[in-house]
Design a protein around this ligand. Structure first.
Ligand SMILES: [Zn+2]
Length: 290
């Protein structure tokens, strides 16, 4: 089951969030027909966005992550709500690249390294708050670690992983973010670093254990307390009404032109597999939105 859990060390100097999104990333693969390297790139981004979204305070808050590294996968865009439910896509889902020399998917090669990681928080009032940093490697976890260090001034250990089976389905997807709070000593930082190293790859950890186990291993010796548990899923809030309002701006003659060609207009949601069809009978509704 996909979920997000949050913990804090007994001394209060380390906060940690861990996520499993195996079902959600498999759902993304089915919606977008991603090939493995893009499944991994999109899935890692979904895991990070889910954990960051889960930290937002209020119902209706949302967080958007955009990565454009100039690689063949194109822009990756993921949106999370304040529970950690996510939706997203990669511009080009059908990218195939040779495996790296170490046998792993070449996520950095698909994402590219020449570009930015942008995070936008929308709290429902005022202007959305955004921060951005240069990509480090396009491998995504490293890129988020830099984002937290530079844009939010929080020393952060970040692990993100998607394990794709031979038949291309998602075996495991998850990750964690462990952050040092102000006042944390060098000894705390070193102990966290040692915990991260000893814990090993996140997908291996999830194959053999729970999110609680992941936190226990990474924060070994910190006596972590779990403070929050949430379910998460691939969730798209699109509706016919939202699509209608997105069509506002089309002129009547453009509309007539579109109807002349097919007799109907089909709008496919970018985030999910829903298709909304409009016929000439919907003309007043479409034009009335303006
Ligand atoms: Zn949708």
């Amino acid at each position: 089951m996909d979920r997000v859990i949050r913990a804090i060390s007994a001394d209060g100097f380390v906060k940690m969030t861990a996520v499993e999104l195996t079902d959600a990333v498999e759902r993304a693969r089915n919606i977008h027909h991603t090939l493995p390297v893009v499944t991994a790139a999109l899935g890692r981004t979904m895991c990070a966005a889910s954990m960051m979204g889960n930290a937002l305070k209020s119902e209706g808050d949302s967080l958007t992550v955009r990565i454009n590294g100039g690689g063949p996968a194109g822009t990756i865009l993921v949106v999370s709500d304040n529970r950690g439910n996510v939706r997203g896509y990669a511009r080009n889902p059908a990218v195939e690249l040779p495996l790296r020399p170490d046998g792993k998917l070449d996520v950095g090669g698909a994402v590219g390294r020449e570009g930015m990681l942008t995070v936008i928080r929308d709290m429902g009032f005022g202007e959305p708050v955004s921060g951005a940093t240069q990509l480090v490697s396009g491998e995504i976890a490293e890129d988020f670690a830099r984002y937290f260090a530079e844009s939010e001034q929080i020393p952060t250990a970040c692990a993100l992983g998607v394990l794709v089976d031979r038949d291309q389905h998602v075996l495991k997807a998850g990750g964690y973010i462990a952050q040092l709070m102000p006042g944390a000593s060098d000894a705390v930082a070193e102990r966290l670093e040692a915990g991260v190293k000893a814990a090993g790859a996140i997908t291996n950890q999830l194959m053999g254990g729970t999110l609680e186990d992941v936190i226990g291993r990474v924060l070994d010796g910190f006596e972590p307390e779990i403070v929050k548990r949430d379910k998460a899923a691939y969730l798209c809030p699109c509706t016919r009404e939202r699509v209608l309002s997105a069509l506002a701006g089309i002129t009547e003659s453009e509309l007539d032109e579109m109807f002349r060609e097919d007799g109907k207009i089909e709008v496919r949601c970018r985030f999910c597999d829903r298709v909304y069809a409009f016929t000439p009978a919907d003309k007043p509704a479409i034009l009335g939105e303006k």
